[in-house]
Design a protein around this ligand. Sequence first.
Ligand code: TA6
Length: 300
Amino acid sequence: MLTVQELNQEFGNSEIRFYTDSHGMACAELNNPMAKAEIALNGAHVMSFIPKGQEPVLWMSKKSYFESGKPIRGGIPICWPWFGGHPCNSDMPSHGFARISVWEVVASGNCEDGATFLELALTPGLIADEFKTNNFLVKLRVEVSDKLSTALIIDNCSDKDLSYSAALHSYFNISDIANIKISGLDGKAFIDTLDDTNYVQHGDITFAAETDLVYLDTEDTCIIDDPGFKRKIKVSKTGSCSAVVWNPWDAKAQRMPDFGDTEYHKMVCVETTNAENDARTLAPNECHTLQVIIESETGV
Ligand code: TA6
């Protein structure tokens, strides 16, 4: 792995800076006239996105772990190659190994539209032995402008099929969970994982209790309407036909060691997924991209 100094020499520029944060983690800061973002190499984890003049768009727990081998609670965790529990081995970590592995930086620079980008990669050589699987190349491309684009690119470099489920498990910073509403999923079928029952969404989503819903057959854009922050966060996507909406509420928040007891008031997850009937199987040399584009509009 390159040192922070070597990363700055090879991939740094006036808008891209690598540093070791207060927890000892190697991170990158992408900072341009439109916005700033921070990315940890641990899990290729986008930890913050702040458009100029705005409140942070992504939420981070004050009790999050920031150490190798542990997931970060907030920002955009990458769930891969399985979403939720492992399909047949409950000893395996929740949401896969990508978010607890250290990724390497492979490219950086500036786009024609003024965005600043960073690309990180995960290969079998970077993952712990107990997770060894077929040969693959997974990349994360992050582009920062007045939007945040995060694209997970899965390349099956093996001679066997590669089956997986995945999520860009975005945590959004909101003023008050009791006052927001989410639109874009009206009429969509969903599984309520709390009672394992199928339902159909009627109207906007609002919150009054623990919520853990998997929406099916939807490629649609979601909008988080936050009257308290006077803003709307638009969550659009490509390569995804499912979505998850989550808030742990009080009891589950108290059971999670890396989540503050009352922090559920200030966050909501709207996740861009390949889950349930949207899980994917790539043939040898086939590639798939799961992308989320996050935009925040104020004064609305
Ligand atoms: O995406 C929703 C979910 O699967 C919930 O069931 C909840 O457990 C959440 O993810 C967080 O999972 P984690 O493994 O990060 O604690």
